[in-house]
Design a protein around this ligand. Structure first.
Ligand SMILES: Cc1cc2nc3c(=O)[nH]c(=O)nc-3n(C[C@H](O)[C@H](O)[C@H](O)COP(=O)(O)O)c2cc1C
Length: 167
């Protein structure tokens, strides 16, 4: 599979089989996240892996869709606050976007489904995951074998997204 085929293949999976995620596949997607570039190579993020079995109610508090709590694994990407002494612009959210995209694409290559979740309840996430005050949950994704079929991609044409040489 080429990279372009992989990004065609990935879609937001909103239905998961109960089959567990093999530990070696979990470690491969985490390794893909670890290798992501970050501004100044600061790596100011943490990933929290939650095995959903027995924690379904807690996960439902974080994000209320059934398919979220039904996936066997949920991963939360968290950020540390910006270090103002070292950075003029705070790129930590950009870093986390790249980290999670690595993770999600590696998962797709392994046949695993994911879905970016930004519309979660941050207070519930803090409580359920026991986050320290200075750590902020940025995005979640379920991780598991897809139980819903891919949909055609809805995207604007390049002509609406790209300008050449000037605005
Ligand atoms: C930062 C971000 C946050 C998102 N938050 C949610 C969410 O809370 N719930 C959800 O179902 N999908 C969420 N999505 C998924 C988008 O709706 C989805 O990526 C988009 O519609 C394109 O569809 P595709 O991923 O299937 O290609 C989010 C995507 C991104 C990038």
């Amino acid at each position: 599979m080429t990279f372009l085929e992989l990004i065609q293949k990935r879609y937001s999976v909103r239905g998961y089989k109960p089959d567990p995620v093999e530990e070696d596949k979990l470690q491969q997607v985490l390794e893909a996240a670890r290798l992501a570039p970050t501004a100044g190579n600061r790596q100011r993020f943490q990933l929290i892996v939650v095995h959903a079995e027995g924690r379904e109610e807690e996960l439902r508090r974080i994000y209320g869709r059934d398919w979220f709590a039904q996936s066997p694994v949920v991963i939360c990407a968290c950020r540390y606050p910006m270090d103002p002494a070292r950075q003029r612009k705070d790129y930590t959210d950009v870093d986390i976007g790249i980290v999670v995209d690595h993770l999600i694409l590696a998962a797709a290559e392994l046949g695993l489904g994911t879905c970016w979740i930004g519309a979660f309840d941050p207070a519930a996430a803090r409580e359920v995951l026991g986050l320290p005050d200075e750590v902020e949950p940025v995005v979640f994704t379920p991780l598991g074998y897809p139980a819903d079929p891919p949909r055609p991609k809805q995207r604007k044409p390049l002509s609406e997204l790209v300008r050449y040489e000037h605005w």
